[in-house]
Design a protein around this ligand. Structure first.
Ligand SMILES: [Zn+2]
Length: 337
């Protein structure tokens, strides 16, 4: 194993970036210009022993690849993961239900040091994605950035004056759990009511769809239900809504419209607090966002909808550029700070 410190001019220093998701983990070698080498993905094991073994195997294979290339040396490893992450001590304080393999691995850096001499940086995945988009993606060149990740849940990461904000208890990125209602209407996976992600996530969209279908006369005969969900309103999922919406189904279009309002409510509140220069929207659901519509709805919630009237640039809401690579790029970039 080699470390930086005695690099010859021809040697390139790379960092290993890894992003751990619920179903797969991806990794790559990342250089100082954020170019990726040897990107690959593996399945995320469900139990802690297999999980750690898979993580080490992924790292070792990337490092072995680097050593084969004589000009490349690896200096450190950055890992992005869901959950509340103590990035100072390299601990996962609150694992998530999506990552059962993480349970019992809260002292990940300590465990890691028994197997590898490479320094490890651990980061919350939403934070890492925000940082990745800042250094190499849709927010390149910005100082004040908010990133939201729309998937099964809603992740939030933000950078203020060029620095990633983690908070006193590493929970600053839990913005998916801001309350958007006091009606006790939707119970969140976190145990509290009416969190933003119960509306704005893919799961939230499906819930909205089922509710709208139940309250629409004869909705059980809609194409969305009959063609997509085999006849049952309660069986309607995000996938069915998207398929019906793409086919031009009017009710699915209404549901998608409501989803944009739901995203805008939480997003407008976050913008009012953080006043970002740019908002980056990523995650698996971002491809279904109509950015013109989302910007219009969000501006209705903002205290400063038109900063240009004051001679300042307006806050822009833009799609993420790095797709599922933002987390690993960000983790790698944070590992060498
Ligand atoms: Zn919640």
């Amino acid at each position: 194993m080699q470390h930086s410190g005695s690099t010859s001019p021809a040697q390139q220093v790379y960092t290993i970036g890894i992003d751990i998701g619920g179903t797969k983990m991806c990794g790559a070698l990342v250089n100082g210009a954020y170019n990726l080498l040897n990107y690959h993905e593996i399945h995320t094991p469900k139990n802690p022993t297999d999980f750690l073994a898979a993580l080490l195997e992924l790292t070792n294979s990337l490092q072995t690849q680097a050593l084969k290339e004589q000009s490349i040396i690896v200096q450190s490893v950055g890992i992005a993961t869901a959950g509340i992450v103590d990035s100072q001590k390299g601990r996962i304080l609150g694992a998530t239900g999506n990552l059962p393999g993480m349970q019992g691995l809260n002292q990940l850096r300590t465990l890691w040091s028994e197997y590898s001499t490479l320094p490890l940086h651990l980061e919350n995945d939403a934070n890492a994605a925000a940082y990745g988009e800042l250094v190499a993606g849709a927010a390149k060149g910005c100082q004040d950035v908010l990133m939201i990740t729309l998937g099964t849940g809603v992740g939030v990461g933000f950078v203020i004056e060029g620095r990633l904000v983690r908070g006193a208890h590493f929970s600053a990125g839990e913005g998916g759990h801001i309350a958007v209602s006091m009606a006790h209407d939707r119970l969140c996976t976190c145990g509290k009511w009416d969190c933003w992600e119960t509306y704005a996530s893919g799961t939230g969209l499906a819930e909205t769809a089922r509710r709208m279908l139940h309250s629409t006369p004869n909705a059980q005969y809609s194409k969305m239900v009959i063609d997509q969900a085999m006849g049952g309103i309660d069986a309607v999922t995000t996938h069915h809504v998207i398929a019906a919406w793409k086919a031009g189904d009017p009710l699915a279009t209404e549901i998608m419209d409501a989803w944009h309002t739901h995203i805008s409510v939480g997003l407008g509140s976050l913008i009012n607090v953080l006043d970002p220069q740019r908002v980056v929207v990523g995650g698996g659901m971002a491809q279904f966002v109509n950015f013109t519509l989302l910007s219009q709805r969000t501006r209705q919630r903002m205290m400063l909808p038109k900063a240009s009237a004051l001679g300042l640039p307006d806050t822009e809401i833009v799609p993420a550029l790095l797709d599922n690579r933002a987390g690993l790029v960000g983790a790698a970039a944070l590992a060498v700070l």
